[in-house]
Design a protein around this ligand. Structure first.
Ligand code: ZN
Length: 377
């Protein structure tokens, strides 16, 4: 296979070294372009194992279209070690979550989308896509130039804009993450919910076609805006451009044996997109609307014995965790006197849990899906 390797400088450090994004692109015959990145959050490593497996697999086959891989999408976060732990979720300088600083480029650039739609509404969809992508390329370039000119290119937006700009050329964007201690699950927007089944995740979180700061949203928002403006002009199209966040288990974990299975979901999506040969299939899965994705905050402080692990179902009334308050021990009955229970208020499935058994009141204990709908193949 013929690979093109490129480097993009993203940050000059205090010591003078420059951190760079490195991209690996493989091209086949004419076809869709796919953008796959991992480790926007520095402690989320499993996506890199998946990327290695996928690159290896692609070397042994023919592809249609092209794929760009960005294994270490946020080198600064990857290098941010505190002891043995990777402090990779938040920018240590600003405190911001690295996956909440992307922009809704059509809005921030004040692009005249109504004018664009009026001028191009007559085009067939495959041509309209090409013209729109070329507009997006120019929009990103102009927006970058404006930020540089006005000295407004901050700690938080250079990397994010570069990733968005690269992703804006794609017909499928896969942002590989993990949870803290988590099962495997997927974020999909409403308009791409049907297609999301080709990624073969057992648990799918359906988010609105709206912007809330994350990479997947920033990559689909230009197409959602276009879809909405076309609809207002009487042309109904569901864009065949998708952007998903794939959650591959727990952070600080890198397992090549599990990645050999994880990669199957992306391979199946690539079949659906026509990039790889073969018939895509689907599996039975569960979906949950974002409004039913609940965080259970810790009702008290203490040491926690978790009774449920990610991926497990629970019922209303089950004891999800036992808390032990060591400031409240009756030495004659040490276990009972210090223990209290956190009970489930409704049925659901554990998706994430706090990796630590030492928690303050108000910390995120579990994230759970409730009111799930089942999809049978
Ligand atoms: Zn993440």
């Amino acid at each position: 296979m013929n690979w093109t390797i490129e480097e993009f400088p993203i940050k000059e450090l205090a010591t003078g070294e420059t951190l760079k994004l490195k991209t690996y692109t493989v091209k086949g015959s004419e076809g869709p372009h796919i953008h796959i990145q991992a480790s926007v959050h520095g402690a989320e490593l499993q996506g890199n194992a998946v990327i290695l497996q996928l690159m290896d697999l692609i070397n042994q086959t023919q592809i249609r279209g092209s794929i760009t891989f960005i294994p270490l999408a946020n080198p600064y976060a990857t290098n941010n070690k505190h002891g043995t732990y990777t402090y990779g979720r938040y920018n240590p300088v600003t405190g911001h979550n690295w996956n909440r600083n992307f922009v809704d480029i059509i809005n921030v650039s004040k692009f005249d989308l109504i004018g664009f739609v009026e001028n191009n509404i007559h085009l067939p969809w495959h041509e309209l896509k090409i013209v729109y992508k070329s507009e997006l390329d120019q929009i990103f370039r102009n927006y970058f130039d404006k930020l540089i000119e006005t000295r407004a290119l901050s700690e938080n937006n250079k990397l994010n804009l570069m990733l968005q700009h690269l992703a804006s050329k794609a017909d499928g964007i896969l942002d590989l993450h993990t949870g803290p201690t988590a099962t495997r699950y997927l974020y999909a927007a409403e308009y791409e919910a049907e297609v999301s089944h080709y990624l073969k995740f057992k648990y799918n979180l359906i988010i609105p076609n709206e912007y809330a700061g994350s990479m997947d949203e920033s990559a689909f928002m230009p197409w959602v805006h276009l879809m909405n403006k076309l609809k207002a002009q009487g042309r109904e199209i569901i864009p065949d451009i998708e952007s998903f966040t794939l959650e591959f288990g727990s952070e600080e974990t890198f397992r090549m044996d599990e990645a050999a299975k994880d990669v199957e979901s992306i391979v199946n999506y690539l079949r659906y997109k026509g990039v790889l040969e073969g018939m895509p299939d689907k599996i039975d899965s569960h979906s949950c609307l974002l409004e039913n994705y609940k965080t259970i905050f810790s009702p008290k402080g203490g040491l926690v014995d978790y009774h449920f692990e990610p991926g497990q179902k629970f019922n209303k009334g089950d004891t999800l965790a036992s808390f032990y308050n060591l400031k409240n021990i009756d030495p004659n009955d040490p276990i009972e006197s210090s223990r209290s229970a956190v009970k489930a208020e409704q049925d659901g499935i554990i998706i994430n849990r706090c990796p630590s058994s030492s928690v303050h009141q108000g910390m995120e204990l579990y994230q759970v899906m409730t009111k799930l709908s089942e999809h049978k193949v």
